[in-house]
Design a protein. Sequence first.
Length: 171
Amino acid sequence: MSSTSVNVNVTAYTAAHTITHVTANILNQLKDIIRQIGLDPSQFTNGWAINERGVNAWLSSRHLTRITLEVYNPTSGALVTRWDIDVNYAYGGDGTLWADKDAIKYHIQKAGLSPAGAQYRLVCTVSSGAPKVEGWNDTELRDTGGFQRLGVGSTIGGAGVAGETSYWTKR
């Protein structure tokens, strides 16, 4: 009987630990992307608690499907570039917690810097039935017409959850 209890506790701990790891690394990767494409990350870091609360809640409930960093022209509102992290809840892995920052750096060099004056926002896409999270509101993503999506691959992972990153550039 105690053996079953230990297994359940280990599984629960592993799931909670994985969600914490994936949440922190998603947010850190997005902060690094913001900085490395030439934008000021202070808006992002100032909203860290709200961002963390949303990503963590929706990963825990398994409703989070995608986290999007939209970079846009503040005058026209038009999309400049976009970075997506798609959540894969079917990731197997060996239980190791990992993050691949080098893959992100390589693709940032390929994508280039954002124009001066560009703004950004974080958008989370959730499946139906997702819990409401304080500080988050419904919104629509900007149009990606004229852009192409390029895959980076899996850049964050843990026991049963991975983040698969891609970015959008003009065709």
